[in-house]
Design a protein around this ligand. Structure first.
Ligand SMILES: Nc1nc2c(ncn2[C@@H]2O[C@H](COP(=O)(O)OP(=O)(O)OP(=O)(O)O)[C@@H](O)[C@H]2O)c(=O)[nH]1
Ligand SMILES: [Mg+2]
Length: 259
């Protein structure tokens, strides 16, 4: 069975799973993806995890031709791993890519829903904060960071998405190709905001679909205060730049004819 048969209008799909020290999770997540979306291929993008995640991924790839591993030299952040994964997908002619965490927070069983939505969109954001979306087992502090971060992003960038920081997404390759990805410098969560912001400014068809996000059960989080700080300052700068550009464009526009 191919994805073309399952998801008309989407084509060949590559699910990219970035990993850093996910030895307890990688088998489970890859197995769940293969069961949930048998037509899709998988790429584990591992940053030379000291815990041997890359070796486990190699074993999985040796047993299943639809599983692939991209070994990267060292930890460079989520954004860099995804950019390398996108380039890998482009080189091999995939029509769509999916972003998914390795820690089980993003349920592969919800992927058919995202791919269905991609049939009529350029990009699909799995969203925790639209009606029907949920977060399981998060402490109040994480709720607060995510809700406040998304509210700030919405106000600063005047972008309508309820969950611009989420990392469970599907993009058409064509949509990514039309963005200048070589200019993307964001590393942490901010990478997700960056891509949503680029798609939005280009007038791409971006839809949010509700997802159930579950707190990781195994392994250590890579979330840090520097990731939050990066998002805060970049979003602030982008918002200021877009307002300045808006004012400049209005000043340059020819005066409307009188009478
Ligand atoms: N290749 C690569 N993957 C990374 C890097 N940092 C994080 N990841 C992966 O990106 C995904 C999300 O990272 P998490 O640590 O779960 O971050 P988070 O979901 O924001 O934090 P938690 O909610 O605490 O799980 C996981 O699959 C990580 O293994 C990195 O530098 N390189
Ligand atoms: Mg996580």
């Amino acid at each position: 069975m191919t994805v073309n048969e399952e998801y008309p209008g989407v084509g060949r799909v590559l699910v990219i799973i970035p990993t850093y020290n996910e030895a307890d999770n990688v088998r489970i997540i890859v197995d769940r993806v293969r069961r949930a979306v048998p037509g899709a291929d998988v790429l584990v993008a591992d940053d030379n995890s000291p815990d041997g995640t890359g070796r486990i991924a190699d074993e999985l790839a040796a047993a299943d031709s639809q599983i692939n591993v991209l070994h990267r030299a060292g930890k460079e952040g989520l954004g860099a791993a995804y950019l390398a994964g996108f380039a890998w997908a482009r080189d091999r002619g995939y029509d769509a890519v999916v972003e998914m965490d390795a820690d089980g927070s993003h349920a592969p069983e919800e992927l058919p829903k995202l791919l269905d939505a991609l049939g009529n969109a350029d990009a699909v954001l799995g969203s925790r904060w639209v009606p029907g979306g949920t977060v399981l087992n998060w402490p109040m502090s994480r709720h607060l960071i995510s809700r406040t971060g998304n509210l700030y992003t919405r106000l600063a960038l005047r972008m309508p998405f309820k969950d611009a920081t989420g990392g469970y997404r599907a993009y058409r390759m064509k949509a990514l190709d039309s963005m200048d990805l070589s200019a993307v410098a964001s590393q942490g969560y901010c990478f997700q905001v960056d891509l949503a912001w680029r798609a939005y400014r280009q007038g791409q068809r971006v839809v949010e679909v509700p997802i159930t996000f579950a707190e990781r059960e195994r392994g250590a989080s890579k979330m840090s205060s520097s990731i939050v700080r990066e998002a805060l300052w970049r979003v602030t700068v982008w918002g200021a730049q877009s307002r300045t550009k808006g004012i400049r464009d209005r000043l340059r526009a020819p005066a409307s004819p009188q009478g």
